[in-house]
Design a protein around this ligand. Structure first.
Ligand code: ATP
Ligand code: MG
Length: 216
């Protein structure tokens, strides 16, 4: 399993204003690896992750998932590829507001073919006691972990996580990083966007983004 980006560009245009959010990024993440994308706020991390996940379409360049082309195809084709291979955790969360945490996970598991263990995952993430809570009743850190649970419940081959530990204390962050490592050891290819020093330390490789470009 691998995720590859070849020369990705993403421009945003608003009137005369053009933002060059991602400028010629190439990278590859393979099975078993934890790669962290770091860089200041506004450097393009979330934009890059969205292009890799296929929830956004790059202005240029190509994304490959497990050897299949993701970019430049229909939204339906991208969704199908994403559903099969990629778990995504967005910075803004990814829970349905009208379902409890446990029902959110059950729904995602059912859509994905139903193999992941919901309660065990909640236990691993330290939020089993919040299983019956509604998303709006969760704290910031609980919501982040719940979103990660959604991303992981179908055992994806690729995990893309945007600031998964942004709102966590050190001990909870360490626990979450352990879980991420365990998933990598089980064969998942993992890309995490984060400013956190602990997350960078836990990575096999760190990619540094500045103004949309990878720097050494
Ligand atoms: N939908 C959009 N329309 C216009 N500009 C955008 C849009 N989304 C992001 N941008 C701009 O693109 C650049 C990169 O944004 P992005 O969200 O990828 O940064 P980031 O590295 O994830 O930042 P943070 O660490 O704050 O999450 C920023 O200048 C941002 O203002
Ligand atoms: Mg971001």
């Amino acid at each position: 399993m691998s995720l590859r980006a070849d020369n990705i560009y993403r421009f945003y245009r608003a009137g005369d204003e053009e933002t060059l959010a991602v400028q010629g990024v190439s990278l590859e993440v393979t099975s078993g690896e934890v790669v962290v994308v770091s860089g200041p706020s506004g450097s393009g991390k979330s934009t890059l992750l969205a292009c890799l996940a296929g929830t956004d379409e790059p202005s240029g360049g190509t994304v490959w998932v497990d050897g299949s082309r993701m970019s430049g195809r229909s939204e339906a084709a991208r969704s199908a590829l994403r559903a099969r291979h990629i778990g995504t955790m967005a910075q803004s969360g990814n829970l349905m507001p009208h379902l409890t945490l446990r029902d959110n996970l059950r729904l995602v598991r059912r859509i994905g073919g139903g193999k992941g263990r919901v309660d065990e995952l909640l236990e691993d993430l330290g939020i089993a006691d919040r299983a019956k809570a509604w998303p709006q009743q969760l704290s910031g850190g609980e919501l982040a972990r719940a979103s990660l649970a959604v991303a992981l419940v179908n055992g994806p081959g690729v995990l893309l996580a945007d600031e998964p530990t942004g709102e966590l204390d050190e001990a909870t962050e360490a626990r979450l990083l352990e879980l991420i490592r365990t998933r990598a050891e089980a064969g998942c290819a993992i890309l995490v966007a984060s400013h956190s020093r602990a997350v960078r330390r836990a990575a096999d490789r760190v990619l540094q983004l500045e103004d949309g470009r990878l720097v050494a």
